[in-house]
Ligand binder design. Sequence first.
Ligand code: NAD
Length: 342
Amino acid sequence: MNQETVLVTGGAGFIGSNFLPFFLERYNKYHVINLDSLTYAGDIKNLSEIEDNENYQFIKGDICEKNFVLELFRKYNIKHVIHFAAESHVDNSIKNPLAFAETNVMGTLNLLEAARKSWMDQPFQYKEAYKNSRFHHISTDEVYGTLGKEGFFTESTSFAPNSPYSASKAGSDLLVRSYYHTYGLNVITTNCSNNYGPKQHDEKLIPTIIRRAISGEIIPIYGNGQNIRDWLYVLDHCKAIDIAFHKGISGETYLIGGHNEITNLKIAETICNILDQKVPRKTSYHSLITFVEDRPGHDYRYAINPAKITSELNWKADETFETGILKTIEWYLDKYLGEGTN
Ligand code: NAD
């Protein structure tokens, strides 16, 4: 079979490692190369289920290395890019903003340049063999800044990033946009709300709550716990990426969210309720919830109106928060209590 090679960057991270098994299972027509530098956030063990898949190949490498990236496109005849790789943790971006600019801005620019040089003869003129080649950039709703109690982000909301993380993602989104307008590169950007599910790094909110709860440690919640995020089960995000990659209109942006606005405190309480039933202890897990000093510049609320991807591309979330959080807790209990193979 004549397979096309898709370069997936950052596939050993949380979302990428959920996306790759799903994508490989769904399509036989692609050879998928996962380019990941395996920072602290990447874990190759998250991909053990596909390591023997003949349509899959892992390459350890850094998207910030311009010549290496360009050579990779040539050597493996890359036809499409699905770009997840990023520095992604807001707290780390407050401590070390430079790494965020390097990977998220310069790394994305290196990939765009490699795609442009490999796929195009000149602006708006694709080489025949690459005429369907697409660059899909994965981004976040955090580029839009923060909301008050009312309203939703849409594709026409102005960028107003508030952390070095979201500012660097906004920079990368704008570079992707510029490659469409300046060179005619076939790009698409999806901006998703907060994801949760299996394989997320231990330091993130939901794994932290579960891990600390079952080890009897305090469950730290920033400020008064009233910050609101719009939570989406990671596999629903993967399904949206698949649809946007295949059916989205070139140059367009699609926001992805499942209308699950929940405060951080409510997340902690929901998890404690479930743990109280599944792995009861003498005193309820609720007693471990502890408010700690707020994150500087902590955005109050994110919420997405996903009307465009729903009506134009026919995507909708399959999981509710209730079903998704149960699956998630079961996965982490398996991991942390060592009852299974995870
Ligand atoms: P993650 O931090 O879990 O994974 C990032 C991956 O990128 C890791 O495997 C890491 O090793 C790799 N990486 C980092 N720097 C690299 C470099 N210079 N070269 C090659 N690989 C490198 O992130 P995630 O949560 O899976 O997020 C993936 C993408 O989705 C990011 O672009 C993020 O902005 C976006 N996003 C995340 C969320 C979320 O809730 N997690 C929501 C919306 C959008």
